[in-house]
Design a protein around this ligand. Structure first.
Ligand code: HEC
Length: 118
């Protein structure tokens, strides 16, 4: 009995130290998106659109392709989704999930993609 409780007391500070180390690692990961210079950031953000709009914006089937869309046009469309001027099934929600800076990165990324031949 005393054995077990001593053991438990001894592992607790150790577990706390581990949690603190994890929290620190998590904090530095969270700080990473602030590095707009990161060349991968735009691609990573654009990847969140890929499930629906296809890899690099080359959509299949009926889905609207984003590849090669001028950045201005995309920014205007996303703004219309956000404001509700353009009724949507899902994009009105998705367009609210990104900061202005992120949306600009994504728009520039897709504008630079080559539309695939259909
Ligand atoms: C869950 C699926 C889904 C995801 C994820 C998604 N979209 Fe869409 N997107 C749609 C659908 C569906 C439409 C058609 C409008 C509607 O009904 O919402 C659309 C339409 C659009 C349009 C208008 C295209 C046109 O020519 O009319 C743009 C621009 C767009 N999406 C950009 C994006 C961007 C940028 C992302 C990632 C940040 C993204 N979408 C992520 C489903 C998605």
């Amino acid at each position: 009995m005393s054995h077990a409780s001593r053991g438990a007391r001894r592992t607790l500070p150790f577990a706390n130290a581990g949690a603190r180390a994890l929290a620190l690692a998590g904090a530095s990961l969270l700080a990473m998106p602030a590095l707009a210079q990161d060349a991968n950031l735009a691609r990573n953000l654009a990847a969140t659109c890929a499930n629906c709009h296809g890899t690099n914006g080359n959509a299949r089937g009926d889905m609207k392709p984003l590849a090669g869309m001028p950045a201005d046009k995309m920014l205007a469309m996303l703004a219309d989704f956000r404001s509700g001027n353009q009724p949507a099934t899902i994009m009105h929600q998705i367009s609210k999930g990104y900061t202005e800076e992120q949306v600009k990165l994504v728009a520039a990324y897709f504008a630079a993609q080559k539309p695939a031949a259909k």
